[in-house]
Design a protein. Sequence first.
Length: 157
Amino acid sequence: MKKFRVFKNPIGEVKVVKVGWSWPAALFVPFWLFFHGFYLYGIIMFFIDFISVGISHVFIGIFFLGKDGNKILADNLISKGFECVMEVTANNIEMALSIYYKNKESNNNVNENHKFELKKEININEEENSTEKVCTMCAETIKQAAKICRYCSHQFE
Ligand SMILES: [Zn+2]
């Protein structure tokens, strides 16, 4: 199992970034840079790879991007307004995402239940303060202060 961080931005976009070593970053250096939108660095890396006949690729991959690639992705998200909302342990990104959504769903359910309880309380209070009562004879709703039912003329004490 690996550790993942779930990031979310104010408009609700969700991204998952692994914590720790990144094989894709270590192995595919310039492609990885391109894939994640670091185009300028990608071009520079292609160029350096070409000049060094791939030596820089191995070097930067193993000593830099493999170790820091995921951290760079996380920092990049944070700089774009994302916030880390959860840390999960999972086998892969898909599993991490499903754990995140499941957790969110159960949180929502808790909130819904809470709202329901509040609503019930409000209803009870309203009933207590109600200015109406139900006639014991005809079951029509009449004013609390009424001494006589306006529907059936039943008299109250
Ligand atoms: Zn009545």
